[in-house]
Design a protein around this ligand. Sequence first.
Ligand SMILES: [Zn+2]
Ligand SMILES: [Zn+2]
Length: 113
Amino acid sequence: MTQTKHKTQSATAEFSAQYKDPRWQKTRLRIMELDMFRCRRCGDKTTELNVHHLKYKRDAKPWEYPDSNLVTLCEPCHNEFHIMKKRISDLTDPLYEEWLTNKNEENFDAYFL
Ligand SMILES: [Zn+2]
Ligand SMILES: [Zn+2]
């Protein structure tokens, strides 16, 4: 979700409808298959998995992204990511990569206090 513009009711409805689109369902399944139905961060496969967009492009449909922009995350990791994204205004690719690969986890503790 973008945080820039205030969304109208219809825009929000349209947004969630996109996630029910068969093209997204297909993309989502393909990404999960690539990640072997495991969270890319913690390896969990028992919690519900989400396919997360690393970056959002304006006006792009959820399935119109390269695979490299999509990552399978379990619900807790996905939530954690979005909290972190809100708190770190300049979440750079290396920092994201570090978080994803679980390296130096203590570096991130400060963001979750
Ligand atoms: Zn996880
Ligand atoms: Zn996400």
